[in-house]
Design a protein around this ligand. Sequence first.
Ligand SMILES: Nc1nc2c(ncn2[C@@H]2O[C@H](COP(=O)(O)OP(=O)(O)OP(=O)(O)O)[C@@H](O)[C@H]2O)c(=O)[nH]1
Ligand SMILES: [Mg+2]
Length: 351
Amino acid sequence: MVFNLFKKKDDQQDKEKNKDTLKQEQQATAVCEETCIEENNNINSESDDAFAISVGSLKEKVSKTSEGIVSSIVSFATGAETVDDDMLDDIEDKLIVADIGMDTTVEVIEKIRDKKNSIRPDQLKDIFKQEFAQILKEAGSNKINLKENQLNIILITGVNGVGKTTLIGKLAHRYKSQDKKIIIAAADTFRAAAQEQLEIWAERAGVDIIGKYDSDPAAVVFDAIQKAKDESKDILIIDTAGRLHNKFNLMEELKKIKKIIDREAPEALAESILVIDANTGQNGLKQAQVFKEAVDLTSVAVTKLDGSAKGGIVIGISKELNLPVKLIGVGEKINDLKDFNAEDFVTAVFD
Ligand SMILES: Nc1nc2c(ncn2[C@@H]2O[C@H](COP(=O)(O)OP(=O)(O)OP(=O)(O)O)[C@@H](O)[C@H]2O)c(=O)[nH]1
Ligand SMILES: [Mg+2]
């Protein structure tokens, strides 16, 4: 009873939030109709380029991350005649603050410490750049894995508020503009507002959606797979809950969803993507470990990279989870989901 009361209140608040968000978006659209004609034209006439981000724009988005990582390396190195242990200790502290990850930072610093007598301080920036580029490369290809002429399932997971639903809306829009047949499964069935939010995105992207509030998430996924097969869809994107009310265990629910996919469409799971908010820092790494075990992650999407000073997490995730980052969220608009390009990322951060 008490549980239901809380649940109702929670849902009501979510609904109000959705209404507010929708209203704000409608207002923004009205303003946009007058001022963003060019931008809207881009939305309607997308080529693959709409999903790429130029190094210049990326540089702008990761400027705070760049400041945290590169400025510290440069400032400690400037004016120094040799690379010494104190300098490397100071840089180490800054890299940890930039959320590159403790293990990754220590490993890179120790590697550089071993050769400190044979390098000059002014070479440090480039050496770090190469080390980080290597880490990103070793994590695997950054390209989303999609096969032609078959169903591709993309499972999206992550803790609450990281940007899963927004990312799904943006992805659906992307693939729709490439003439793919798409269906979204609203498997976050625990909040009515979650379903509504996804419906808004599905409508905006012009794609099908299946799901029912308060039903079993794994059953929604089962129905979605059948429908996707019956209607020869190219892509099924599955939204999941980020938090559950106490009596449910999120990881158990996610494992059930994964089991249904493995049973009903064993060849179809194209990507199991964990969404991480760039601002979550080290918590993001811990979350990722848990999800990796539950749903067999294949890659990571880092959202809210715009304005975050903690974008170093991109490097930490690649190294410590051995998972490639494939997508980055750089804003709240429909076109603000970009393909991650490791080389461009290090260039944007370092140059
Ligand atoms: N600045 C910025 N905001 C983002 C980005 N991606 C998502 N957001 C915002 O983050 C907030 C949460 O996004 P949702 O998509 O609802 O997150 P979610 O993971 O589905 O949340 P739950 O369903 O509660 O688990 C929204 O206000 C989004 O507009 C991004 O790349 N940049
Ligand atoms: Mg959501």
